[in-house]
Write a new protein. Structure first.
Length: 142
C-alpha cells in the first residue's frame, strides 16, 4: 500500500514517537523509509541566495540523519535521508514529491490556538501544500 514513507524529523525527542510508529508500519508493509530534516535557521534559509557554507547546526543535523539511517539499515530497512533547508512545510512537500513518497508520517505537538499563532504549525501548513496522505502522531510531552 505505501511503498515509500517520508518521515520528517525535528532532531528532538518528538522524533521518538513517529520513529516507533514508522518502524512497525514499514516492517509490516515492506516500505522504504526516507528521513528528512529541514534546517530552518538563518544560514539554512539563506544558504542558496547568499552562497553560504553549512552551519554547525546543519552539520549536526546531517550527522543525526546519517545516524538514524545507520540504525535502520542495521535492522534491515531500505532507508534514505534528505537534509533540506528553508521553510519546513514547503520543503517536506517538495521532498515527498521528489522522492516519490506515497505517505508522510510525522509527529505533531498538539499546540492549541494561541500556541499555533505564536509558534506556527508545520503540520497545518503541510496539509495545504501536498496531496500525499499524512499520518500525524501526537508526540508525548516530556
Amino acid at each position: 500500500m505505501y511503498r515509500r514513507i517520508l518521515v520528517p524529523l525535528e532532531h528532538s525527542p518528538a522524533d521518538d514517537t513517529i520513529v516507533a510508529h514508522v518502524r512497525l508500519l514499514a516492517k509490516r508493509l515492506g516500505s522504504a523509509i526516507v528521513f528528512v530534516h529541514v534546517a530552518d535557521g538563518w544560514v539554512a534559509r539563506n544558504i542558496k541566495e547568499l552562497d553560504l557554507r553549512e552551519s554547525e547546526e546543519m552539520r549536526e543535523d546531517r550527522a543525526y540523519l546519517e545516524e538514524m539511517c545507520a540504525r535502520f539499515e542495521a535492522e534491515g530497512y531500505d532507508v534514505d535521508a534528505v537534509l533540506a533547508a528553508g521553510d519546513p512545510a514547503k520543503e517536506i512537500a517538495a521532498a515527498a514529491e521528489r522522492e516519490h513518497c506515497d505517505l508522510i508520517a510525522m509527529a505533531t505537538h498538539g499546540h492549541r490556538l494561541l500556541e499555533d499563532l505564536v509558534k506556527g504549525s508545520t503540520a497545518t501548513a503541510l496539509r495545504h501544500q501536498t496531496t500525499v496522505p499524512i499520518l500525524m502522531v501526537r508526540s508525548e510531552r516530556k
